[in-house]
Design a protein around this ligand. Structure first.
Ligand SMILES: [Zn+2]
Length: 546
């Protein structure tokens, strides 16, 4: 079979493996690229195959960087089935339309800009309706049930402990009378995560495809993070402020609800009134996601199931409230009572959290509690880094509230977790492909695999293909395959087109700004400098074109 890496190759987003056997072709994951403009531009690339001819898709879990291009695949003609666990299917049914909403919203903004520049409008990557239509293709499967997809392919979903419904996929491919077993780690979770089971151990594989998000790092062990959480809630209530928790709507929010539920049960009379603050989950997506969690109790770990058997619902308690409408959300800002507000987005870049920050950052009696990673360049990161003032909706806001970070809520296994999962294979894999990580993380993790397992792993490039059989990966084919594929589908050309498009956009914007200023007769030395720079730039461009 031929395996091509169409995403999450030397990067963490866009997970997508394209597999062609001698009688069918399919994908494992079809994720969206997220992050830089150049990364996101890849989402608009045509698939390097005909989606109408693709037989099926296997989906490891619902996160958008694994599922987000499925509606595009559907729009481009895919009609096959998407195999996923029941919880993954249900989460996708809310997350993909939400992603469609974001696509439509961002596209409107792009088109306004294009209109000003006299350019024709463009279509969004997909719409809410496309995403809803695409969910018809999902076929829910049970964990540990072996599915025979066709005469030559069997698949089994194991628990990856990363998100509700997340899976490690075992895949058997029969070709020329011999069977090859592939194992896709998906995203691997941590042990002892709230609600979720620990990642399953897999016993054997010919080839393993492992994520490496934390391939070069170990998590800080924070045994007392919950004590700190409780202390923050208590002191904030005593001061009469609010506790604001920016959180990802799916997964992290439910973990926080679960922790709050547990803590309430744990403390005696004298403390319980302090923890008795109303808890608001203020994000429509988080509200829907919590319903999906409540619908899939069979995915819970032993501790969570014990609560259920005792008659409790660990994702519910008196005082837990959900707000869907914008009016309900706004009403929270006029409350005189102390509240705990969990809201999205987790990095404070969009969504209702920005309103809550605007109303609480300047209040020294309130607390902002970060429970997830804050990427460079986000509002969340600026707050975590100790900014004294921030701009929200064009308004400068003082940061007087207490800002805290609770480490240890990561959804990904760290280096130690990843390597011990690999070491637990009873039969050593023939080879290992390292994917889904930043380049430096992959390199370090690759070296560790070589040292600990004696396997020199393969770190594929974006668009790279390998011939994989029961006998081995054929290295001779590697370069030739890659070149052939690049030529066939023009990967390099697409990259050049992307870069030129980006430059064109930026130049158009620059000329628009300067044109707006034409009639001012300001004396400007800056203009001379700019002109000089542009003359140099022109020289470069002429060289490139040559
Ligand atoms: Zn994930």
């Amino acid at each position: 079979m031929r395996i091509s890496f169409l995403g999450a190759a030397k990067t963490v987003t866009g997970s997508c493996f394209y597999i062609e056997t001698d009688n069918c072709s399919f994908l494992v994951d079809c994720g969206m690229f997220q992050g830089s403009n150049a990364d996101e531009a890849r989402n608009h690339d045509p698939f390097p195959f005909n989606p109408a001819e693709l037989d099926f898709v296997i989906l490891t879990h619902a996160h958008i960087d694994h599922s987000g291009r499925l509606p595009k695949l559907y729009v481009d003609g895919f009609q096959g089935q998407i195999y996923a666990t029941k919880a993954t299917s249900e989460l996708c049914a809310i997350m993909l339309p939400d992603s469609g909403h974001i696509q439509e919203f961002e596209n409107e903004w792009v088109n306004r800009k294009r209109e000003r520049a006299g350019l024709p409008p463009v279509k969004p990557l997909y719409t809410i309706q496309d995403a809803i239509d695409c969910t018809k293709l999902f076929r829910s499967v049970r964990y540990y049930e072996e599915i025979r997809i066709n005469d030559s392919i069997r698949v089994k979903f194991n628990d990856a402990g990363h998100l509700l419904g997340s899976s490690i996929v075992e895949l058997w491919v029969r070709e020329n009378g011999r069977e090859t077993k592939l194992v896709f780690s998906g995203d691997l979770g941590n042990r002892n995560m709230p609600i979720l089971r620990d990642p399953d151990i897999i016993e054997s594989a010919d080839y393993v495809f492992i994520e490496s998000t934390y391939g070069n790092r170990n998590h800080i062990r924070t045994e007392n993070k919950i004590d700190k959480f409780v202390e923050i809630i208590k002191t904030t209530k005593e001061r009469g402020g609010n506790v604001i928790i920016p959180s990802f709507a799916v997964g992290r929010t439910q973990e926080i609800i679960y922790e709050l539920f547990k803590q309430r049960g744990k403390y005696g009379e004298e403390l319980s009134h302090l923890l008795d603050m109303p808890v608001y989950v203020d994000s429509p997506l988080a509200v829907s996601a919590t319903e999906v969690f409540r619908n899939n109790l069979d995915c819970y770990d032993e501790e969570a199931r014990e609560y259920i058997e005792k008659g409790d619902n660990p994702l519910d308690f008196p005082g837990l409230r959900f707000t869907r409408s914008a009016d309900e959300s706004k009403a929270l800002n006029t409350s005189t009572e102390s509240l705990i507000i969990i809201s999205a987005s987790g990095m404070c870049e969009a969504g209702r959290i920005k309103h809550h920050l605007k109303h609480n950052l300047w209040r020294k009696e309130s607390s902002i509690v970060f429970v997830g990673y804050q990427a460079v360049g986000t509002l969340g990161r600026r707050l975590v880094d100790g900014a004294k003032k921030v701009r929200i909706f064009g308004e400068e806001i003082n940061v007087d509230a207490r800002v805290e970070i609770l480490e240890g809520f990561s959804g990904h296994a760290d280096q130690a977790g990843l390597i011990s999962w690999l070491e637990s294979f009873r039969q050593k894999p023939r080879n290992i492909f390292v994917v889904h990580g930043e380049e430096e993380s992959m390199t370090e993790f690759g070296q560790l695999i070589a040292k600990e397992l004696g396997i020199e792993p393969i770190i594929p490039e974006y668009g790279e293909s390998f011939m994989v059989t029961a006998e081995g990966v054929s290295p001779a084919d590697r370069k030739a395959e890659r070149r052939e594929r690049k030529e066939r589908y023009g990967f390099k050309r697409l990259e050049i087109v992307h870069m030129l498009d980006k430059l064109k956009d930026e130049l158009e914007e620059a000329s628009a700004i300067i044109r707006d200023d034409l009639r001012t007769d300001k004396e400007d030395i800056e203009l001379d400098k700019l002109l000089e720079k542009l003359l140099n730039f022109e020289k470069y461009i002429v060289e490139i074109i040559k």
